[in-house]
Design a protein around this ligand. Sequence first.
Ligand SMILES: [Zn+2]
Ligand SMILES: [Zn+2]
Length: 344
Amino acid sequence: MTSQHRMQAVRYHGPDQPFQLEQVARPEAAAGEVLVRILASGMCHTELHFGTGLLNLGVAPMTLGHEIVGRVEAVGAGVSEDRIGERVVLYYYLGCGDCQYCRAGDEQICPSLRAEYGFLSDGGYAEYIAVPARNAVALPAHVSDAEAASIGCGVTTAVHAAGLAELAGGEWAVVYGIGGVGLGLVQLARARGARVIAVSRTPAKLEKASALGAEFTVNASDGGVADRIREITGGTGADVVFECVGAAETMEQASAALGRRGRLVFIGYTEASFSIHPIQLVVFEQKVLGSVGATLQDLHEAVDLVGRGVIRTLVDRQLPLEEFQEGLDALEWGDPIGRIVLVP
Ligand SMILES: [Zn+2]
Ligand SMILES: [Zn+2]
């Protein structure tokens, strides 16, 4: 590594420490890797969880950011030079490749990850990143950098969760919480033929969910969310509830809204815990499951869905890297509709 090659990066220094914009060494493409000049980096709620210490993976200092779009600027040994200039979105997991989960393509639950960009390894709040060539997936030209950013986590997480839920056409799907993942889920569930009920406290988010395919909306500020869902579904309850919030009240309402053979899929989380009486699961044959991240195949599918316009991603605003704190504050307090995207 040549020390004169420096770049800017937003670094995490451990729980309860402020994130800091710093000069760090610019990475280079090792054998099998591509060097990506970052063009857009989406801001995900996960970054707030790092800030508060709710998520603490023990790696610090580290560059944040896992929704990464850029252009291949150089390639390492063994990678075709044809890839130079390609615009890409990155898959943020790098599994061990040997365990039973990796063999099945489920790198997101690999117990021996070699890298997880923005979680365990330096991520995308920076000017450059080097990743294995297979982690860089080509983007269609008509999807802008900022629009493509939330494919990396928001859309892929939605694709993965819908797959785990085995969501089928004609089913009632509740999307509880309309952030980046929620907006993707509304559109994906609709595209799969499900009937979508969107739940949020923010009228503007519900309007957006309606415009993107939700058949019904429920404003959670009015209370009685589960009752309202029972009413909409003619008493049967939801077949799938995607829980994208994970607060005590939302988890309770989500569970109460579940119908027979219903699947409650946790995606979002907070400090709050959740309890459910097994009799509900037993007599209604319900399932409670969690969904984390996505497979590389999910990312390829997400790129295809956005490329074909089946899923639209929304950009709330774009900010230069130096203004990351404004972005984090807006994410925490401003209730943005769509992604806040850093542009290094
Ligand atoms: Zn994320
Ligand atoms: Zn593995």
